[in-house]
Design a protein around this ligand. Structure first.
Ligand code: PRP
Length: 215
């Protein structure tokens, strides 16, 4: 039997996802060992393989069929724009993609001024400013701690994820506009969906039932 390969985004999401899989009888004990440097984990009995990857790479593995299934945030799916099927909203890792900045930047968004926008998500930011707001902006790609940008004068605003809002509050920033709600999604390779429709369909159905049952 061919393995069904599942790619999980490293970090907070992975733990919650594994807990969810456990609830539907899919376990991978080996994967819980946080000291392990192993990259891929096999459950021979179920014919499943799991691997952890950088979130941004999960849609790539799934599009190319190196993973049949991926679990990754909607932010990454939107940013990467890969060809895949998004089959389930897992309802975990809920947060929002927002335009944030100091209160003083609010009016710059209203008057369509040419401002600088720092973000880890240049495609989402471009789409929002160019296609939704019709505002010409300069996008500056950063790789983390995006909230720093308006504080040190790199940009007027940022496009970033807001979960609790604590990072913004502690740095004197605020949500100026909401772009899109986010959460973890299950994505499936388009060919695998046809070739392995029974096995993949069962996993989707089991998780769907589990989610419907109120967790
Ligand atoms: C994310 C995001 C914000 C923060 C939001 O950063 O980029 O900085 O979490 O969470 P909060 O609203 O609960 O404060 P992450 O911790 O992933 O690190 P990064 O800044 O290096 O991207």
């Amino acid at each position: 039997m061919k393995y069904i390969t599942i790619a999980l985004a490293k970090g907070r999401l992975a733990k919650k996802t594994l807990a969810m899989f456990e609830q539907i009888g899919i376990t991978c004990e080996e994967m819980k060992d946080e000291t392990s440097r192993k990259l891929i984990f096999v459950n021979e009995e179920l014919g499943l393989r799991f691997f952890l990857a950088k979130a941004n790479d999960v849609p790539t593995y799934v599009e190319y069929g190196a993973a049949d299934i991926g679990i990754v945030g909607k932010d990454t799916i939107l940013e990467e724009g890969r060809k895949l099927y998004e089959v389930l909203d897992l309802g975990i890792g809920k947060c929002k993609m927002c335009v944030c900045g100091p209160e003083s930047s609010r009016e710059l968004l209203q008057h369509h001024e040419l401002i600088r926008v720092a973000t880890k998500y240049p495609n989402i930011a471009k789409d929002y400013f160019y296609n939704v707001k019709h505002q010409t902006v300069e996008i500056i790609k950063l790789n983390g701690s995006i909230e720093l940008a308006p504080i040190v004068g790199l940009s007027e605003v940022i496009v970033d994820i807001v979960e609790t809002g604590a990072t913004l509050r502690e740095n004197g920033l605020t949500v100026l506009e909401e772009i899109v709600p986010l959460s973890a999604r299950m994505v499936v390779n388009q060919v695998s969906m046809k070739m392995e429709s029974d096995r993949i369909g069962k996993i989707i159905e089991d998780i769907r039932k589990y989610l419907a049952g109120g967790k």
